[in-house]
Design a protein around this ligand. Structure first.
Ligand SMILES: *Cc1c(COP(=O)(O)O)cnc(C)c1O
Length: 373
C-alpha cells in the first residue's frame, strides 16, 4: 500500500513542545495560565490590536458563547449559511432556537445576499425578527463582506462571523475574524493551525470578553462561596493546549503560503482539463486556501474520482453537505436558489495540508490526470 495522503493533517513546527514543557515545569496544568494569556495576545496581535479574544475549548463552544452573549434564547430564530459544517448550526439548537438556512452564491460559495434579504423580509412579515446571522468564510474564502454587513446594518441584526476555516484570510486587507459583532476561530486537528482541539471567541469589547470567560468557567459570581446566578459552562482552553497554539502561531504565515501554493500547483497542473474548474478569488478577497476545492463538470465523476484516488490511499472529500439537506434539520425553514445543492453534487476537496510534499502533490495530480484521460 502506498503511503497515505491526508486531506488536511496536523503540522507541528517544533516550537510547540517548548511551551508545553514550560507548563509542566511550572505546574500550570489547568484551564488557565501563561500559555492561555500568551496565546490570546498572539491572536490579538495577529488579527487586530483592538480586539478582545477568549481562548476556549473549541470553535463550537465559541459559537455557543457568541449566541448566549447575543441573548439568543428559546423560541428565537437565527439565520445561518446552509453550506457549512454542522458545528456552525448546532449551537442555535443548544439555545432552543430555530435555524433559518440560507443558500450560497456562486462567487465565494458563501451566504447569498439576495436570499438573505428575502429571508429577513419574510421572517419579519411573519412577525419574527431573526436574532443573529451566522456567516461563514467557507474553505477560507471570505464571504461577501460588504453586502452581508450592509444587510446586517439595514435590519439591525448582528453577525456572528464563523472564521473557523479562515484564519489568515483577508477581505480588503482586513483579516477574517475581525468583521463580525462576534467572530469565532477553530484550532481543531484539521484546521490551518491546530491545538489538537480548541477555539477562540473574538469580541469587540473587554466587557464582552469578561462575560464570555465568566460563562466559560462555570459562571461563579464570586470565587470563595461559589454563588451562581447564571448557568455556567466548562469551555475554557487548557494551558497545555494553549502552548501548542503559541507554537503554531509562529508558523501560521508559512501554513497560509504553503496552502496557497498547493492551490496554485493544482490549478496550474489541472486547469487545462475542461472537466475541472477552480474557485477564483473575487476582487478584494485573499483566501488562506485552507482546502483546495474543485468543481467537476459531470456530477457522476465526483464519487468515481474520489474512489479512484482512495484506491491509491489518497483522501479527498465532497464539499460540505448543506444543512437544509441534513435529516436533523429537515424541519428548519430554508431560502434556496440551488447553488449549494449543485456544489455538493459536483465539488471535491483535494489534499491540502501544509505538510504535503512535492511527491504527494505530484502523485495526486498524476492520478487525476490519469482519471480524465
Ligand atoms: C471546524 C469548524 C467549526 C467548529 O470548530 P470546532 O473547533 O471543531 O468545534 C465551526 N464552523 C466551521 C465552518 C468549521 O469548519
Amino acid at each position: 500500500m502506498k503511503s497515505k495522503i491526508w486531506l488536511s493533517s496536523p503540522h507541528m513546527s517544533g516550537h510547540e513542545i517548548g511551551f508545553i514543557n514550560e507548563a509542566f515545569d511550572t505546574n500550570w496544568i489547568a484551564p488557565l495560565g501563561p500559555n492561555v494569556t500568551g496565546f490570546e495576545s498572539d491572536l490579538t496581535s495577529y488579527l487586530q490590536e483592538d480586539k478582545e479574544i477568549a481562548a476556549v475549548s473549541s470553535g463550537t463552544s465559541a459559537l455557543h458563547l457568541a449566541l448566549i452573549l447575543l441573548n439568543v434564547t428559546y423560541g428565537d430564530e437565527v439565520i445561518c449559511q446552509s453550506k457549512t459544517f454542522s458545528a456552525s448550526a448546532n449551537p442555535i439548537v443548544y439555545q432552543g432556537a430555530t435555524p433559518i438556512f440560507i443558500d450560497s452564491e456562486a462567487d465565494t460559495w458563501n451566504i447569498c445576499p439576495i436570499q438573505l434579504e428575502i429571508a429577513i423580509k419574510d421572517r419579519l412579515s411573519k412577525g419574527k425578527k431573526p436574532k443573529a446571522i451566522i456567516a461563514v468564510h467557507l474553505y477560507g474564502m471570505p464571504y461577501k463582506v460588504n453586502e452581508i454587513h450592509d444587510i446586517s446594518k439595514k435590519y439591525d441584526i448582528p453577525i456572528v462571523e464563523d472564521s473557523a476555516e479562515a484564519l489568515g484570510s483577508t477581505f480588503n486587507n482586513q483579516k477574517c475574524g475581525t468583521f463580525g459583532d462576534f467572530a469565532i476561530l477553530s484550532f481543531n486537528g484539521n484546521k490551518i493551525i491546530t491545538t489538537s482541539g480548541g477555539g477562540a471567541l473574538v469580541c469587540n469589547t473587554l466587557k464582552q470578553k469578561e462575560k464570555a470567560v465568566f460563562l466559560a468557567t462555570q459562571a461563579k459570581d464570586q470565587n470563595v462561596a461559589y454563588v451562581h446566578s447564571h448557568i455556567g459552562y466548562n469551555y475554557r482552553m487548557s494551558n497545555i493546549v494553549a502552548g501548542i497554539g503559541r507554537g503554531q502561531m509562529m508558523t501560521l504565515d508559512n501554513h497560509v503560503q504553503k496552502r496557497r501554493s498547493n492551490y496554485n500547483f493544482y490549478k496550474s497542473q489541472l486547469e487545462s482539463i475542461s472537466d475541472i474548474t477552480f474557485l477564483k478569488e473575487p476582487d478584494h478577497c485573499y483566501s488562506n486556501r485552507w482546502l483546495t476545492c474543485v468543481l467537476l463538470k459531470n456530477k457522476n465523476d465526483q464519487d468515481k474520482l474520489r474512489v479512484h484516488l482512495e484506491a491509491d490511499n489518497i483522501e479527498t472529500r465532497p464539499l460540505w453537505k448543506p444543512m437544509h439537506q441534513q435529516p436533523v434539520f429537515k424541519d428548519a425553514p430554508s431560502y434556496l436558489n440551488g447553488t449549494s445543492d449543485d456544489l455538493f453534487e459536483r465539488g471535491l476537496c483535494l489534499p491540502s495540508g501544509s505538510n504535503l510534499t512535492d511527491e504527494d502533490l505530484n502523485r495526486t495530480v498524476a492520478l487525476i490526470k490519469q482519471y480524465f484521460e
